[in-house]
Design a protein around this ligand. Sequence first.
Ligand SMILES: Cc1cc2nc3c(=O)[nH]c(=O)nc-3n(C[C@H](O)[C@H](O)[C@H](O)COP(=O)(O)OP(=O)(O)OC[C@H]3O[C@@H](n4cnc5c(N)ncnc54)[C@H](O)[C@@H]3O)c2cc1C
Length: 405
Amino acid sequence: MTEWIATRAEGEKQLAAFAPRMGRRYANGRNTDQGAGRHTAVSVLSPYIRRRLVLEADAVAAALAAHGPEDAEKFVQEVIWRGYLKGWLERRPQVWASYLRGLDADLAALDRDRRLRRDVERAISGQTGLECFDAWATELVEIGYLHNHARIWFASIWIFTLGLPWRLGADFFYRHLLDGDAASNTLGWRWVAGLHTRGKPYPADAQNIAAFTAGRFTPRPSDLAEVTQGLEATEPDGLPSLLPLRAVTTPQPGKPTALLITDEDCRVEDFDLSAIDIRTTDTLTTSHLRSPLPVSDLVHAFEAGALTDAALRIGAAPVTLHAADPTALAKWAAASGATQIATPYITTGPLRDFMDDAAPSLARAGITFCEWRREWDAAIWPHATAGFFKVKQNIPRILNQVFPA
Ligand SMILES: Cc1cc2nc3c(=O)[nH]c(=O)nc-3n(C[C@H](O)[C@H](O)[C@H](O)COP(=O)(O)OP(=O)(O)OC[C@H]3O[C@@H](n4cnc5c(N)ncnc54)[C@H](O)[C@@H]3O)c2cc1C
């Protein structure tokens, strides 16, 4: 089993080690899934980037410094793709809410339907008999990471060959991926299903799998379903309308403050902490909120390590709150005399939902919930209104905003 060290220092060490490979080598090799323990053509930085133990801006700066804008283009685009998906879901949080409703319905069906339960159990335990799929299911559970191409093939086979409900597959990923992220995961599955770029589902193809797994897997074409249409018909109303970005209240200097660290962003030292009057600092564990089903121990362990590291870096004792009762947040802040909670911006997903549930008790206790939003997000999200193309066109402007001359 891979040993994951969930610290900023480890993430930055891996970033530095991968920087020489962020140029043409990445562009040419990134689509090949070499298998567990051999993912050297991609960075495997996602568990760090997901928690901002490594910043997107630092990864992009390293690529540009080592290779220049032309050769680093692919790597830069992939990192910005993450920001695009995050921004897209910020502008359409209804898609997250409908995922949750659909997942509840799918889990209820799983309880009722013995055959569905058997088929899902076979899929997630790697016992379908389809060698590549079974190997990816095992890699995901044992290591907590899958190559991007494997995620795409796996999702396509889950939906179209095995005919299983897509949200149960997304939930399986979310419970096991160390980089599990509401936007990247939900929208990744929706993209494969033909719900993101509507009408363009992704068909897993036997030849393509053989070519891009370096021959490790050679499924027969007849093993895989021919995909003639996606799941668009399940959402006849199309995509919900675009909402404005959520307004943010920034922490006020001078007000007694409870500083909250979550695995949404484990680099609180980047914000001007000296300007605020911090009365208490705590970490909040939230990984269990990813799913109604149990979340992998690897995910919990990575979160615990990241939170401890984040607290120690700012000289705070890593005291841990557990996100269970939303009213506990107001009690925790009030006990220290704080009138505001300060934390890095919380994006659409389970933690945001928890904070929404906490809002009434915070209001009753006179506590303002405040967030810092990073320049990286502010630069990308306004462009994340439709397809990636619009963001891609604006990459020079985005980079100018993040790295002013
Ligand atoms: C069905 C499905 C589910 C996915 N679920 C997640 C998820 O929960 N969390 C997650 O971070 N990514 C997810 N992805 C996107 C992508 O697969 C991973 O980000 C990538 O494989 C991470 O590996 P890496 O760090 O080696 O990537 P690299 O290729 O080294 O890329 C560098 C960084 O760019 C970002 N990135 C690269 N490709 C993508 C992409 N396609 N979408 C979004 N960001 C990208 C990541 O932050 C990554 O760490 C999903 C993709 C699919 C198809």
